[in-house]
Design a protein around this ligand. Structure first.
Ligand SMILES: [Zn+2]
Length: 326
């Protein structure tokens, strides 16, 4: 079975983990929410966070996100706190890597979407929701309950976090060299309705072939073709629009964006490839969109893999997109 190991990604809760931690439990977590803006801004960072987190950011190759449960008011306080404490510069976490949700259970959705492999949170209730999604869970800080289940690792301090986080087992992802089998979704032939220029086509391939012409009647014919293979064949005889060579790559990008955003299950499959290199491996000597594996082609150098590169671009865009409603 060809499974792609996830490249490690770290999720970190905000309240009582990054900010105001090492406060004994006892309802004190409302400190940030309940007090004035002024007091919230002066509330301290958790001891050690600015020493350890930058090193973790390095170990996780920058794949670190803040994932916090908060409504709009606390969210804006949190963002302000992060700015006042010069958080992004001091830790190396990109400014865009902050996710919020209103319910604890929704953290699992963020984790799945971002491919989080390690999560630090001070709430056992949160970890309970993450169990199926995140393989390595760290329960931060003092807990009121004496009993810690064996599927979370208790970490009292940031020094404990650093000592306990182990990412060595997460092997680098292998390249995906064929858009078939479990990666059929990545192929333009996969049956995902795709809108181009306001018209829905049965596959990305149909949309791409239609884009070769500016004639709406021809585009209609393409749309009705019974298979992507037929569409591809039809595309060989179509009178190309004059600017085709100049625009075909940006057309493909637009089509891929449309396909993977309008079909969230396809988008998820693309995201789940993590950081694996995507290569449109073929045997028909297409070294523009892909990389032909035949001997003469390999001897002549490496294929440009344009489709693979565009797919990786779209994957990156999806990974940094804020989910709707957040
Ligand atoms: Zn070849």
């Amino acid at each position: 079975m060809n499974t792609t190991p996830k490249s490690p990604a770290l999720g970190v809760d905000f309240g009582r983990v990054i900010q105001g931690g090492e406060v004994l439990d006892g309802g004190t977590d409302t400190q940030f929410l309940g007090t004035s803006r002024e007091a919230a801004m002066h509330s301290p960072a958790t001891r050690g966070v600015f020493d350890v987190l930058p090193r973790l950011v390095e170990r996780f190759n920058g794949r670190v996100w803040i994932i916090s449960k908060c409504g709009p008011r606390v969210r804006s306080l949190m963002l302000e706190w992060l700015d006042i404490h010069d958080f992004y510069d001091r830790t190396g976490i990109p400014r865009g890597n902050v996710r919020c949700c209103e319910k604890r259970a929704d953290k699992a959705e963020h984790c799945a979407k971002l491919g989080i492999t390690h999560m630090i949170d001070d709430r056992l209730a949160v970890h309970t929701h993450l169990r199926e999604v995140v393989p390595n869970l760290y329960l931060f800080g003092q807990q009121s309950s004496m009993i810690t289940p064996d599927w979370v690792t208790p970490v009292l301090t940031w020094a404990d976090v650093e000592n306990n986080i182990n990412i060595d087992h997460a092997a680098p992802a292998c390249p995906i060299e064929s858009f078939s089998g479990q990666y059929r979704t990545l192929s333009n032939f996969a049956a995902y309705p795709t809108v181009f220029d306001g018209v829905q086509f049965p596959t990305a391939e149909h949309a791409y072939v239609a884009a070769k012409t500016l004639d709406p009647d021809l585009r209609d014919i393409v749309r009705e073709l019974s298979s992507p293979g037929n569409a591809k064949h039809f595309g060989r005889s179509v009178q190309l629009r004059p600017d085709w060579v100049a625009v075909r790559e940006s057309v493909m990008l637009e089509i891929l964006r449309a396909k993977f955003t309008a079909n969230p299950d396809a988008g998820q499959i693309l995201l789940d490839t993590g950081t694996a290199e995507l290569i449109e491996g073929n045997r028909w000597h297409d070294n523009y969109w892909g990389r032909c594996g035949c001997k003469p082609c390999r001897r002549n150098g490496i294929g440009m893999n344009t489709l693979g590169r565009l797919l990786m671009q779209v994957r990156g865009e999806l990974a940094t997109q804020t989910p709707p409603g957040v």
